[in-house]
Design a protein around this ligand. Structure first.
Ligand SMILES: *Cc1c(COP(=O)(O)O)cnc(C)c1O
Length: 505
């Protein structure tokens, strides 16, 4: 049956004509799903075609004109639903395009995607062994592997997959607070002295957010100065801890970042760990972005000291390329996650079940239901093996070095941080008209350049890269090399494209 015949046969049917209501219409059901798969396959083919556009940019008001998002009174037909799917994909952003460099999580690993399809079909919840036996055991296996890579001993460590790294950081801070002041769980913060936490000024904003949520207060999360390349200055940390103690606050938590979001800098973990030991503080490592480097024997030394952490955040949906979302929080002290979050809901976590109920992970979570984020990671990891990951990550590091050299040697470009440590390359493009200005004037005018180039870039839709300002620096581009599809050619393309777009500024 060709495509037209299929549409003729099923186009005017409705969802209720198919399974699960209408078991006899298996053939029609199969045709509908096959059509959906065809649409997805076509999208994947096009996304990987470098001559295709990454996006068709429209302003929100315009978009609302083009796109009807309303819920109708009457059910839509299958043919209309298929059109909805095409339309949505057409107007979205192709984040897996080899020239999309805009975000830390990009690229579309097809095995991980296949895993997500299976996950969606199995559609189970992760709270008990009872309803997710295979996935629960799989999660344990993968968490053991990740804990081994972190470097904790086999009898240490526990973890949970969370809805993103920001929530993983919240899990860590909450566990730290419970460890120091278990009474806060039943009684709230009135039973606790005024706590304070520390993180670098270049760390992720979710640490401050966690302090707000945990009742510590965002203002009691102190931003520690970092050096010229974005690494926390340990001496500044210790001074701040001592000052806080003098002021009557109770320090309890330090976050070190391994691969920070803007510069990709790695805080000096061993020195920070020493300070935490000296002052009796919880040592958290936010390796949401940098954690993947643990898979590379050549580069894992950048995280040396992570094995001393009390907790670690690691997002497989970033460097490892798992599909969104896939993040984990690891806690070194066995049992602490349970103690922190357990509420013992009788309707889920009966203690007299016929199996070992320690496999019911639900009570480790703040959430009730939890999405299955493990299968897509497990399947993808198996598809690469340890060897494949080592190659993939080393290759990205080489591409970053290549790009850095190109920026350094191409006229008009300037590095923001001369020697990037990781896969973030921050740079300015200085249009010719600005090159001879005095430095102060140049910096002031430079602030407008990246936003203008980015706006033109989005109109053209050929490539995408993010920009941002910083404390003392005007807007700069932040290049991220994390998509395994990227080639040298794609990097050259970006450099040329920015020159073209910035020509007459
Ligand atoms: C991305 C990132 C986060 C937040 O992770 P989400 O999955 O986006 O919530 C936290 N910390 C660091 C260092 C990150 O790069």
């Amino acid at each position: 049956m060709n495509s037209d015949e299929v549409i003729k046969r099923i186009g005017n049917l409705h969802a209720t004509d198919l399974l699960p209501q209408n078991v006899k219409n298996w053939e029609e059901t199969r045709m509908f799903l096959q059509k959906i798969v065809e649409i997805l396959l076509e999208y994947i083919r096009e996304e990987n075609d470098r001559s295709s556009k990454i996006l068709e940019f429209h302003h929100p008001a315009e978009m609302l004109q083009i796109l009807d998002l309303s819920i109708p009174d009457k059910p839509m037909t299958l043919s209309e639903l298929l059109n909805c799917c095409r339309e949505v994909l057409k107007l979205g952003v192709k984040t897996g395009h080899p020239r999309f460099f805009n975000q830390i999580s990009c690229g579309l690993d097809l095995v991980s995607m296949a895993g997500e399809w299976l996950t969606a079909t199995a559609n189970t919840n992760m709270f008990t062994y009872e309803i997710a036996p295979v996935f629960i055991l799989m999660e344990q296996e993968i968490m053991r592997k990740m804990i081994e890579l972190i470097g904790w001993s086999p009898d240490e460590g526990d973890g949970i997959f969370t809805p993103g790294g920001a929530i993983a950081n919240l899990y860590a801070m909450n566990a730290a607070r419970h460890h120091c002041f278990p009474r806060a769980k039943p009684l709230g913060m009135t039973s606790v002295p005024t706590l304070c936490a520390f993180t670098s000024e270049d760390s992720h904003y979710s640490i401050k957010g966690a302090a707000a949520v945990c009742g510590i207060g965002a203002d009691n999360c102190f931003a520690i100065r970092s050096d010229a390349i974005g690494r926390m200055i340990p001496e500044a940390l210790e001074q701040e801890i001592i000052r806080c103690k003098k002021d009557g606050l109770h320090p309890f938590f330090v976050c070190a970042t391994a691969g920070n979001t803007v510069y990709g800098a790695f805080d000096p973990l061993p020195q920070i760990a020493d300070i935490c030991v000296r002052h009796g503080l919880w040592f958290h490592v936010d390796a949401a972005w940098g954690g993947g480097l643990l898979l590379s024997p050549e580069y894992r030394h950048k995280l040396a000291g992570v094995e001393r952490a009390n907790s670690v955040t690691w997002n497989p949906h970033k460097l490892m390329g798992a599909l969104l979302q896939c993040s984990a929080c690891f806690i070194r002290q066995e049992g602490l996650l349970f103690q922190t979050n357990q509420m013992s809901a009788d309707y889920l976590f009966q203690q007299d079940k016929p199996y070992d109920v320690s496999y019911d992970t639900g009570d480790k979570a703040m959430q009730c239901g939890r999405h299955n984020d493990i299968f897509k990671l497990w399947l993808m990891w198996r598809s690469k093996g340890m060897e494949g990951y080592r190659r993939q990550i080393n290759r990205l590091m080489e591409l970053a070095e290549y790009f850095t050299n190109r920026i350094k040697t191409t006229e008009g470009y300037e590095m923001v941080v001369a020697k990037p440590e990781f896969l973030n390359i921050c740079f300015w493009y200085v249009p010719e008209s600005l090159r001879l200005l005095d430095p102060k004037e140049k910096m002031a005018r430079l602030d407008k350049v990246a936003p203008k180039i980015k706006a033109k870039m989005m109109e053209r839709g050929t490539t995408m890269v993010g920009y941002q300002p910083d404390k003392q620096r005007p807007n700069f581009f932040r290049m991220i090399i994390s998509n395994q599809a990227i080639t040298h050619n794609d990097l050259d393309f970006l450099i040329e494209e920015i020159i073209n777009l910035g020509k007459n500024l």
